[in-house]
Design a protein around this ligand. Structure first.
Ligand code: IPE
Ligand code: IPE
Ligand code: MG
Length: 250
């Protein structure tokens, strides 16, 4: 049988002393609302501060030699929030892409979007497509932003696509393997997920990367997302380096 899980972690970059660096890190950026509440500020202030944490984390991830960083920004269930908060979040996203695109390009960041983001407002979809295209040749860090993302929705979309392809005679159900299935997921082409971090103390996946997290190491931290910085990322990577990954073997 083929080894399903080749060694995922690469060596630390030159000068690095924090141990093996995960190739692909995903973060459930949670706790913006509680950060604001603790300061008697409106929730949007927490989201605004959360964007600062996004900037810090992207910079640190690039510096540390992480290949891919996937950030959960808006879930397919977040539509259940009040319309005003959804509008605030979309407004901040718009502002972030506009103000940050040059900086991302300068830092060698290749942008990807995962999730059913085409259901967002048309101008935002255009802006995202344009940003993805403009950064397509960058190689330092792949930044995947999850927008209108839900893992069950991603799996369903992949299943529907496969069934259509099977009906058209383009795939053979009897020989479909994990690689062919993964090729239909939003994360196609990203390295295998090594480390999944969730901030704010909640210990659940909230419909994030259910397939991809199969053998990811999970780290839950009480830090609220707006307080997350380079040191928190380094600490998570150090913890990751101490984990023994067995993939079901010995
Ligand atoms: C995470 O912070 C950001 C998004 C889900 C968009 P929350 O808004 O969920 O913050 P809490 O969980 O209410 O503190
Ligand atoms: C998960 O956080 C989604 C994002 C961080 C974008 P939520 O705050 O929506 O998750 P639940 O509702 O606490 O599970
Ligand atoms: Mg939350």
């Amino acid at each position: 049988m083929k080894p399903a899980f080749p060694s995922a972690a690469s060596a630390a970059p030159a000068g690095g002393s924090i141990g093996p660096v995960p190739r692909h890190v995903a973060i459930i950026m949670d706790g913006n609302g509680r950060w604001a509440k603790a300061r008697r500020l409106p929730r949007v202030a927490g989201h605004r501060q959360g964007i600062e944490a996004v900037r810090r984390t992207i910079r640190a991830a690039g510096d540390l030699g992480i290949e891919a960083l996937t950030l959960y920004a808006f879930s397919s269930e977040n539509w259940r929030r009040p319309a005003a908060e959804i509008a605030d979040l979309m407004g901040l996203l718009r502002h972030y892409i506009k103000s940050e695109l040059n900086e991302l390009a300068r830092e060698g960041v290749r942008l990807r979007i995962i999730g059913d983001y085409r259901k967002l407002e048309p101008d935002l979809v255009r802006m995202l497509d344009d940003a993805v295209e403009r950064t397509a040749n960058n190689t330092r860090l792949t930044l995947a932003i999850a927008l209108n993302y839900g893992a069950q929705d991603e799996l369903l979309r992949a299943a529907r696509r496969l069934m259509r392809e099977a009906r058209a005679g383009e795939v053979d159900p009897d020989t479909l393997d994990d690689a062919a299935f993964e090729a239909r997921l939003d994360t196609v082409g990203l390295p295998r997920l090594d480390l999944l971090i969730r901030t704010s103390g909640e210990q659940r996946l909230s419909n994030f990367l259910l397939w991809q997290a199969a053998y990811a190491e999970l780290i839950f931290t009480d830090t609220l997302w707006p307080d997350f910085d380079r040191e928190h990322l380094v600490a998570a990577i150090e913890t990751f380096g101490q984990r023994e990954r067995r993939y079901g073997g010995l």
